[in-house]
Design a protein around this ligand. Sequence first.
Ligand SMILES: [Zn+2]
Length: 176
Amino acid sequence: MSAHIELRTTPGRGEGVFTLKAFEPGEILLVGVLETADIANHSHASQIGKNEFGFHGGLSPKFNHSCNPNCGIRLNASGGHNLVAMRSISVDEEATYDYAMRNYKIEHFPASCSCSQKTCRSSITGWKDLPQARKDAYQDFTAPYLIEIDHENLISQKATHKLERDSRLSTCQQKR
Ligand SMILES: [Zn+2]
């Protein structure tokens, strides 16, 4: 439990995590502690690796999603997600992160997003659905396995294109 953040009830949005002091960019608000690892994907589970999901303890699950968040994620040595300030955060501000910084696919949030930010995507989507500019903005504040998955997908796409091109070439050659 962090001494510098606390759980409060927000009007219309349920519970949220609020700051009790100001934070500078890069400062850790909360050290993520995994309570349970190795479970199937679940609405409140965190993706914690390329194919792994788990539950964080403490206030971690209480952070609300925002499409324009003030916090991001950095993996710590225990495999948990630290919540880190992406920009300066004032005292009494709600601390949020983008759930796309953690999960590649989000399939368990049917309700629309209520973050009310100008850049709201209207539904809570995963990393795979983010535009490249957003991914770039989140680069240093996102779980590294998401970048790895993107990288692997790119390689396999290139390989598929090459296979298709090769098979088209060989069909042309056969016709001659
Ligand atoms: Zn939103």
